[in-house]
Design a protein around this ligand. Structure first.
Ligand code: CAA
Length: 389
């Protein structure tokens, strides 16, 4: 049975910070950010644009195309995030309510840093294989926060990707065989008491590259890489230079023509991410959307590799085959319009939005609506509860 991604959508906040402005404010050379890090802009969410709102808004983008029968066949909703809003209640339950999904289904949250989206996708695929006729909705949503003036500030971002996983998918059929490894590392983490993540930046890059190399070698020994037949190789993109470093490790390992093809397609895969920044769990899947929407040369039947990395650390290299008619399921015009319509913030506006916080004493807080045009938003805190539109 073929199982994989049947629909895919993303949402991102309607405001951004230009990284040249950030470089000037932090006394850095703009080329460090633009070339050295490889990013251009980062999305800046207001308090009303939390992961629940962004995740539900991403899923709404595909719901116009779903009939009632398809909606009723969703048996599993997974929200993958490392920016959760509650230690106990799954953010998936807020999303379940906002989307009006059937009650006879499972709704859960998954966490393993940036790998969570892939954990959700693989679990969803297994669920659909085990329950023929059902579908699963996977939402990867995150807000990457390191702090004002922090080393990782330039690699912040925010957004969500929603994927519908189904039998006979219209976009990407997932191969069942993949390589995956887990090992406990302290390269990046966010303790319960902190709103910002901590990272040992250089060490995190080292572990990412080591685990990619280990995955690649194992995949090769299992005959899974078959580079001449691999039309694209996507990476988790915390910032585009990181994925580029991963790809470069193959430069002297694979034939030149294969490396050139993978590099050309990699460039298409980083276009959207360079505009919004790190989406943690969703970054790899935003790269998939970017590749599929911005590359004109891929065809149905082409095989794509995807490298997923989550600090802490879990790394999986897996593969999928593009399906006939996949272009008809994409929304390039809508996504380009979404990015083009965003408001550019000044440094003062960005710092003020970044510094705003939710009440923690149970009092009532009416939250300024960051994007009245969006269907869903966090609108109020009261008695330690969250209320959404
Ligand atoms: N022109 C061009 N390039 C320049 C430049 C200039 N004027 N100035 C500096 N550069 C280059 C540097 O040579 C360097 O290139 P290489 O990486 O190829 O050596 C690059 O710009 C970055 O410069 P620094 O090494 O000085 O960067 P930094 O000390 O500011 O740290 C960072 C960069 C480690 C990525 C930091 O932003 C960070 O800690 N980010 C958060 C952690 C992270 O994203 N880690 C990624 C792996 S972990 C992961 O993937 C999970 C996740 O999502 C977090």
């Amino acid at each position: 049975m073929k199982v994989g991604i049947d629909r895919i959508e993303f949402s991102t906040p309607n405001r951004y910070l230009d990284l040249v402005d950030l470089a000037h404010a932090r006394g850095a050379d703009p080329n460090k950010y633009l070339i050295g890090i490889g990013q251009r802009k980062m999305a800046v969410p207001t308090l009303s644009q939390d992961i629940v709102a962004m995740g539900a808004n991403a899923a709404e983008g595909m719901f116009g195309g779903l009939d009632d029968k398809e909606k009723a066949s969703i048996g599993l909703l997974i929200v993958a995030t490392e920016s959760g809003v509650d230690q106990s209640k799954a953010s998936a339950l807020f999303v379940h309510d906002l989307l009006g999904l059937p009650s006879s289904m499972r709704a859960i949250e998954i966490k393993e840093a940036c790998y969570g989206g892939t954990a959700g996708l693989q679990l969803a695929a297994d669920f659909v294989r085990a329950h023929p006729g059902t579908k699963a909705l996977v939402i990867a949503a995150d807000i990457a926060r390191y702090g004002l003036n922090a080393g990782g500030e330039v690699t912040q971002g925010a957004g969500a990707v929603a994927m519908l996983v189904a039998e006979n998918p219209h976009i990407l059929a997932l191969e069942e065989r993949s390589v995956v490894r887990s090992r406990s590392t302290d390269d990046f983490w966010r303790p319960n008491y902190s709103a910002e993540a901590f990272a040992k930046g250089k060490y995190s890059e080292q572990v990412y590259l080591e685990m990619f190399a280990e995955d690649w070698r194992e995949a090769e020994s299992l005959g899974l890489t078959q580079v001449s037949g691999l039309q694209a190789l996507l990476f988790h993109i915390p910032f585009s230079k990181m994925g580029r470093k991963g790809l470069r490790t193959l430069e002297s390992v694979i034939p030149v023509s294969d490396y050139e093809r993978l590099t050309a397609r990699f460039e298409k895969g980083i276009m959207y991410g360079q505009e919004v920044g790190n989406l943690y769990t969703a970054s790899l899947y935003l790269s998939l959307i970017s590749l599929l929407e911005r590359d004109e040369s891929l065809c149905a039947g082409d095989r794509i590799g995807l490298f997923s990395y989550g600090s802490g650390s879990v790394a999986e290299l897996f593969f999928g085959i593009l399906q006939t008619g996949y272009r008809d399921r994409l929304n390039r015009t809508g996504h380009e319009a979404l990015l083009a319509a965003r408001q550019r913030l000044s440094i003062d506006e960005y710092e003020s939005i970044f510094s705003a916080s939710l009440v923690t004493d149970g009092s009532q807080q009416d939250i300024e609506d960051g994007d009245p045009a969006a269907l869903h938003a966090l609108i109020r805190m009261e008695g330690h509860e969250r209320f959404y539109r």
